[in-house]
Structure formats: structure tokens, C-alpha cells
Design a binder for this molecule. Structure first.
Ligand SMILES: [Zn+2]
Length: 117
């Protein structure tokens, strides 16, 4: 049943990410956790500034990076589910399996990977 948590493709999901003003992000977090480029800054000679988009977990990533990260060879349906990190939960298993404990991990793993059910 399609709803606000279901996207027919990863492209639809990326389109749903809401750009936020850089000023709304705490100074220390004003860089993309994926590529570490500071939001709004360009490299000399390139028009490559990253605009922040916010995931539902509250973490902000660069929009360009997320378009790249979610560019998969085949369309996949994206369903968002709350992810608990409590003892015995799927989130706890992901952390112990991967060792990922960073904000990037919690943000990305908030979105299900069919291989990790
Ligand atoms: Zn980035």
C-alpha cells in the first residue's frame, strides 16, 4: 500500500529529501558526512557546492552525494521503517555485524537493504 513511507524507486526517495538552509545546521555539522565537503562551498573552477538535505533521522547529507549513493543499476522500491538500536534489534545486529556506529551508519541503515533483513 503506497504511503508517505513508500517510494516506487530510489529516485523518488531522493526527490523526497528536503533541502534545508545551511544556517539551520549547527556550525560543527555543516559538512556532508559522506564526502566531508563543507555545505555551500565549491572547489576552485567547479560548480560543485553541496546543498544539505535532511533525512528523517535528522542527519543532513549533501544532495549531490545522496543522488550518487542512491543511484543503483536497477530501480528498487524504498520502504522506510523506524529502526531501533536496542538490544536484540535489527539495528543492534547491523552495528555488531558492520561495526558502523557513526551518524552515517545510523542514517543510511535507517533505510532497509533487502539483503540485510
Ligand atoms: Zn557530500
Amino acid at each position: 500500500m503506497p504511503d508517505e513511507n513508500t517510494f516506487d524507486t530510489q529516485e523518488e526517495f531522493v526527490k523526497s529529501l528536503v533541502p534545508v538552509p545551511i544556517s539551520s545546521i549547527p556550525e560543527v555539522d555543516r559538512k556532508c558526512p559522506h564526502c566531508w565537503k563543507r555545505f555551500g562551498e565549491t572547489d576552485p573552477g567547479y560548480d560543485n557546492a553541496e546543498d544539505p538535505v535532511k533525512f528523517r533521522c535528522g542527519h543532513a547529507f549533501g544532495e549531490k552525494c545522496m543522488k550518487e549513493v542512491f543511484r543503483l543499476p536497477i530501480p528498487v522500491k524504498v520502504e522506510l521503517h523506524p529502526l531501533s538500536f536496542g538490544s536484540g534489534s535489527r539495528g543492534a545486529k547491523l552495528v555488531s555485524d558492520t561495526g558502523v556506529k557513526s551518524a552515517i551508519g545510523s542514517a543510511l541503515y535507517a533505510y532497509p537493504n533487502p539483503d540485510l533483513k
